[in-house]
Ligand binder design. Structure first.
Ligand SMILES: Cc1cc2nc3c(=O)[nH]c(=O)nc-3n(C[C@H](O)[C@H](O)[C@H](O)COP(=O)(O)OP(=O)(O)OC[C@H]3O[C@@H](n4cnc5c(N)ncnc54)[C@H](O)[C@@H]3O)c2cc1C
Length: 461
């Protein structure tokens, strides 16, 4: 079997962590008859990283590099990658769930449509590859026929090369070698355009410092206050006459830019694409749940239209839709427009499922884990974790909150021994009330908390 792994070097130079897991997953299922091949559409400088990755077991790597590929959004990226897929003809493609720079989680599902592969998203483990592929996913066991494309969560860690490992080759392919239609590549082929970017101040809160004795009362009050409403901030003077929403969740966001909303029931990508083709709405908005994140990019690929991921605000001049989304770990907000129709976006919605209180364990709580667990139990709270706590193997990855974990929005979020790195804040800033406990009064987490307790965990809880 040929297994193709799509990989990307992040802006900081490291292999995108989700792709590292995709590669390790491929190496684990590889038998002596199988061949693992790496594929990356990237600048020339990624050649070095690809070469060193071949030492782990991939026979070769393809680097898609051409001026015509620059500035691609997910639709143009999926098209370009699909040309290499058509050439290589793997039975199985493994992609990371998302890149940590772009953070859209769209490329895998889009590529599955353009290349004609069966799709499984949110994979937490591969249980069988004989005849069919069977995966454990966030929503249970899923089986698909080959050819199949799976997108993986971070469920395993990439191995190190051994001293005797052999280096493979990197084959660079440009638009000509791929036979690409350059009008569908790079900036030319990208329906979404970034209009401007600016610094993100979102998520910052005014912290009131309290004593450990006031903690229980603060929690009770926060539970009563409930979950945050992600009320869309920018209300436009002018409105679009009608916006379609898939499911009820994007209603609030839609009403910030539209006179009327029409609700479309969640269905298969094919059926929704047919309906959109037949009735040609101007705007279609999706939620940010697992169904929408997997389905919206497939519909966008079928319709060859743009899809902006994870919008936190919308605006309109009465004709076009302007979409705001965090980029690069949430440090920057980008204003995006879509030049094709329909204009589509997944919008961040408050998830009303799950426990209404989360107690998140950070590195500072490593030595007081039992205490923190007891505290969570007393308040009927679910546990969460920072990536450092997961990497230290004191908490499982499913509990990781943040950019490379999950996003949560309980009524009460208690961060225990967490420093407050932007990567972590990205996953918890939509909580109703945030309470931080840290022994360092200058810890950044207090900038994102409503209440703070400066104390050693060992002395309180
Ligand atoms: C690309 C990328 C993606 C990432 N994705 C994520 C992600 O999804 N989620 C995530 O969480 N991180 C993520 N990170 C990592 C992130 O940058 C931080 O390194 C991580 O969040 C730190 O975890 P922490 O706060 O638990 O640990 P630390 O930063 O080590 O902080 C520990 C804190 O505990 C406090 N403390 C120590 N002892 C005590 C005590 N006894 N009592 C009270 N306080 C104490 C310290 O003052 C400190 O503030 C990512 C990083 C990168 C580069």
């Amino acid at each position: 079997m040929k297994i193709l792994v799509c990989v990307k070097q992040s802006v900081s130079g490291e292999l995108n962590p989700f792709d590292a897991c995709a590669y390790e997953a491929a190496l684990r299922i590889k038998t002596a008859e199988d061949e693992v091949i790496l594929l990356s559409m990237a600048p020339k400088k990624s050649e070095e990283m690809l070469l060193s990755l071949t030492r782990l077991g991939a026979a070769k790597a393809y680097l898609l590099n051409d001026k015509a590929f620059a500035g691609a959004d997910t639709l143009a990226t999926a098209y370009t990658l699909s040309l290499a897929v058509n050439m290589i003809k793997p039975e199985l493609i493994i992609c990371g769930r998302q890149t940590i720079d772009g953070d859209t989680a769209q490329t895998g599902p889009s590529l599955s449509v353009v290349a004609g592969y069966n799709l499984i998203t949110g994979v937490m483990g591969i249980t069988d590859v004989n005849g069919k592929i069977v995966c454990n996913t966030r929503s249970g066991e899923v089986t698909k026929e080959y050819p199949a494309l799976i997108t993986v969560e971070r469920f395993c860690t990439l191995r190190f090369p051994s001293i005797r490992s052999k280096i493979g080759e990197v084959i660079t392919l440009g638009a000509k070698e791929l036979g690409a239609d350059v009008s569908r590549c790079g900036m030319n082929g990208s329906p979404t355009k970034v209009l401007k970017t600016f610094e993100n101040q979102e998520g910052r809160r005014k912290c009131t410092f309290i004593t450990p004795e006031q903690l229980d009362d603060a929690i009770i009050a926060a539970k009563e206050k409930g979950r945050a409403r992600l009320a869309p901030k920018e209300q436009s003077d002018k409105k679009l006459s009608e916006v379609w929403i898939v499911g009820e969740k994007p209603r609030d966001m839609a009403l910030s830019v539209a006179e009327r909303v029409r609700v479309i029931e969640p269905d298969t990508p094919k059926k929704i694409a047919e309906l959109i083709k037949a009735e040609a709405p101007e705007v279609v908005l999706w939620a940010s749940d697992a169904y929408s994140k997997a389905t919206a990019p497939q519909v966008a690929s079928i319709l060859r239209t743009g899809l902006c991921a994870d919008c936190t605000a919308l605006e309109t001049d009465g004709e076009s839709l302007f979409m705001y989304r965090p980029a690069f770990s949430g440090n920057i907000i980008a204003k995006i427009a879509c030049v094709t129709r329909p204009q589509m976006a997944t919008v961040r919605t408050v998830d009303t499922e799950g426990n209404d209180m989360i107690v998140a364990v950070g590195m500072g709580a490593v030595n007081s884990l039992d205490k923190v667990k007891g505290f969570a139990e007393k308040h009927g709270a679910e546990l969460g974790a920072s990536r450092a706590a997961v990497d230290a193997e004191i908490m499982p990855y499913e509990k990781q909150i943040g950019l490379t974990g999950k996003s949560v929005s309980p009524a009460v979020y208690v961060a225990v021994g967490i420093s407050g790195a932007v990567h972590h804040v990205e996953g918890m800033k939509r909580s109703g009330t945030i309470i931080a406990i840290n022994k360092d009064k200058d810890a950044p987490v207090f900038d994102y908390a409503d209440y703070g307790i400066v104390a050693d965990i060992n002395d309180i809880l």
